[in-house]
Design a protein around this ligand. Structure first.
Ligand SMILES: Cc1cc2nc3c(=O)[nH]c(=O)nc-3n(C[C@H](O)[C@H](O)[C@H](O)COP(=O)(O)OP(=O)(O)OC[C@H]3O[C@@H](n4cnc5c(N)ncnc54)[C@H](O)[C@@H]3O)c2cc1C
Length: 444
């Protein structure tokens, strides 16, 4: 277990800059932008969701918009540091290292509705809340994150995580702890079949299913007879990861480690009592496999109430599933007073907290310009990043964007994105969390 402080150190801006955290490609605000003039406005601004993206936007807009009436709609009181869940599920972090009260980050002087939004009438610029009351807006920021669709896997529900050999790092903090317990139980069994899966949709932190495979392998090697354990990985795509070099690297690495890859197949049903999983191939044929441990990654989409609104994409690759925003300006493609940020938007890559950090200054600058009737000045380059854990104690810091075949966008001179290193692990284990909290506070 790590002996580091629960929430990590609070780094100053100078230290964050020195570390390169969020510099350049990673979206650190240039000082000039930080000192940007405030915009005087009486606009009613509603932010749906107060997670990574919503909290960062609340702080940024509270500082930038002078006189705006800002309301955040967020049902939770606790903020979850989701990037820590893979470390919890791998037995490296204690669970309480990943939570803090939302009040630690909430800016003063904004409204906070503690309950979910249930409807958006984009034509009337009106939000419906769970108690049937309504909120009108002049400017709307959609930052609801995404929805986990476990129900699309027949027989599966998040309550099963931790029993019947089932793990799923995505289902929440408790589920991450229960995933660790399910892996512990498999290790204690001394051998057997492990199945690791990814769904046929975009997912948040596309590296997490791979990290869970590698950390489990790492724990097997440390505790047991490697040859007694069989690991199989199922993915609906031909590759392993969206960045092409990393995809090829992972194929070789899986083969070298004896993890069998199955492409073009996804988990479609489970029978927990029998410990059997059904996989469906692209041609519709199915195959049933026995397992001792199964890592489930559910299909994901925008939340249902966003899908039911006119803000959802109508055509193209994100139709019916994701928010219809311009992938560079992050403004809605049909409703200019609506902006999207974070996991909910339709984009070819992203869905990481690292992307949120790069997107937040873009959304702030474009909202400020929009409210002043100016052209939108800022563009998101697609920056996303994954500290891809390849072993407990080793990681690769993979950073890339939309352009040039998703070429690397490295932030650190001392970390080679093509090399596994202890430095990248230290970054994941220790330094990224304070940088993340600084992002929530609107400081980077
Ligand atoms: C296992 C795992 C590992 C990850 N690892 C990494 C990593 O290593 N690096 C990285 O950069 N990213 C990682 N991520 C991804 C990262 O956590 C997300 O991309 C990030 O949190 C997205 O921010 P968001 O604000 O869009 O969504 P969230 O942070 O999920 O916040 C969405 C908020 O919206 C609220 N909400 C939902 N519905 C409603 C509603 N109806 N009304 C009002 N509010 C609502 C929710 O309560 C929530 O607080 C990981 C995620 C997971 C699950």
């Amino acid at each position: 277990m790590s002996s580091l402080p629960l929430s990590g150190p609070r780094l100053g801006r100078r230290q964050l800059l020195k570390l390169g955290l969020g510099a350049g490609a990673a979206g650190l605000l240039p000082l000039a932008a930080l000192q940007a003039e405030t915009v005087a406005t009486r606009a009613r601004v509603v932010i749906l969701g107060g997670g990574a993206a919503g909290m960062a936007m609340a702080n940024r807009l509270a500082m930038r918009l002078n006189g705006a009436r800002i309301t955040v709609v967020e049902p939770r009181e606790t903020h979850h540091y989701q990037p820590g869940w893979t470390l919890v599920a791998s037995g490296v972090w204690e669970a309480d290292r990943t939570t803090r009260p939302n009040t630690d980050f909430r800016p003063a002087g904004i409204g906070w509705v503690k309950g979910p939004a249930v409807g958006i009438d984009a034509g009337q610029r009106r939000i419906t809340l769970a108690d049937a009351s309504t909120l009108e807006y002049d400017l709307l920021v959609i930052a609801t994150g995404l929805q986990l669709n476990y129900h699309l896997i027949e027989g599966m529900s998040p309550e099963l995580v931790g029993s019947h050999g089932i793990g799923s790092v995505y289902a929440g903090l408790e589920a991450a702890s229960r995933t660790r317990d399910a892996i512990d139980a498999w290790l204690a069994q001394g051998g057997g079949q492990g199945l690791f899966t990814t769904p046929p949709t975009a997912i948040k932190c596309a590296g997490a299913p791979i990290k869970m495979t590698f950390t489990t392998l790492s724990r097997i090697k440390a505790a047991s007879d490697r040859d007694a354990f069989k690991l199989d990985y199922f993915t609906p795509s031909d590759g392993m990861f969206s960045q092409p070099w990393i995809s090829d690297f992972l194929k070789q690495r899986f083969d070298h480690e004896g993890i069998t890859r199955h492409h073009g197949r996804h988990l479609s049903a489970i029978d927990p009592q029998a410990r059997q999983a059904e996989f469906t191939a692209r041609d519709g044929t199915t195959e049933v496999r026995d397992y001792d441990f199964l890592h489930v990654v559910p299909p994901m989409s925008a939340p249902d109430f966003v899908k039911a609104s006119d803000l959802i994409a109508r055509d193209g690759p994100f139709a019916g599933e994701w928010l219809d925003t311009d992938i560079h300006t992050l403004q809605h493609n049909r409703y200019p007073e609506v902006f999207g940020i974070g996991d909910v938007i339709g984009a070819p890559i992203n869905k990481t907290a690292a992307s949120v950090k790069a997107q937040a200054p873009v959304v702030e600058a474009n909202i400020a310009a929009f409210l002043q009737g100016r052209q939108l000045p800022a563009r998101h380059n697609g920056y996303t990043s994954c500290p891809l854990i390849t072993d407990i104690g080793k990681a690769m810091l993979v950073e890339f964007g939309y352009d040039n075949d998703m070429a690397f966008l490295p932030s650190f001179s001392f970390i080679d994105p093509k090399e596994e290193s202890w430095a990248a692990w230290v970054l994941k284990d220790y330094l990224l969390q304070p940088a993340y909290y600084a992002m929530l506070e609107g400081r980077v």
